[in-house]
Design a protein around this ligand. Sequence first.
Ligand code: FES
Ligand SMILES: [Fe+2]
Length: 317
Amino acid sequence: MTKNMWYAVEFSSAIVTTAKYLKILGTELVLYRTSDSQIHAMNNACIHRGAALAQGKIAQDCIVCPYHGWHYQTDGTCVKIPSQSATIAIPKAARMTTYPVQDKYGWVWLYLGAGEPGALPDIPNFPPAAGNLRAIQGEFNWNANYERVLENGLDFAHAPFVHAGAFGNPDLPEIPDLTIETYPGGASATVDLAATPPKGLWKFLVKGERAPIKTRTGFFLPNLTFLEVYLPFGQLTIWTAHVPIDLHHTVSKWINFRNFFIGKWADGDTYKRTIKIFEQDKPIVESQRPQLIPTDPSAEPSVAADTLQIQYRKLSQ
Ligand code: FES
Ligand SMILES: [Fe+2]
């Protein structure tokens, strides 16, 4: 189920000069940053007796196994075995499998596929060009496959049902024609969504009747989505990496940019709104069967409102 593509797997800021454990598509890895700021990834289970390298230390840019202290340099080669004299040759098999990593757009990108990786997608609108921005980030865990989670992020038609009272209007469930845009590595859809009465802090920013709200959502293969909401008082943009821990568990790592209420005082409100949306989606997405998107395109009937998910299915095969 691993695609020959770069997966966005972690916030860049989360990888420092100490070892960090990550499980991606069932593969247990250790990531760390060397003194030249580069990020490196290798299997977590030490080739010697399988202890977790993520519990080890970093010394002279090598990862040191916590069990018997074998030192691995960034290409996976073992360069020191403390239990033997430095004059004795290190076994050739004392080598860890490493993986290509890139550090861009605020995320760490990992390639677990076969062959040489291609280029990262070119993401022109990250961060959004929308004036003075305030960004906050967070995570959300799902007991669901990452592609079901990702498709939920591309789905307009569920808003009046799952997010009634938040941004979905249950009285106006019809989705107008989507404007689809395709670009290298993905596609997006734009639509004018029926507005709902604002709640909480946002009430102070909206006067009178609300016009439909221009909303754009899209993806970059294989696991990144974005949402742009053009509110009457500003723009909200959320980028999310839907990180596949394994086939049945996902963690969504999101960055929320706003160009209104840019003071720190409004961060708590923004955080709560974002998590509330994920929480409304969670029981529905976790209930979907089969848990994996069917590979047979005729297995699930689709309508016009599903056009963007169909684009994702086509491109990600
Ligand atoms: S298990 Fe890692 S050095 Fe022995
Ligand atoms: Fe949703």
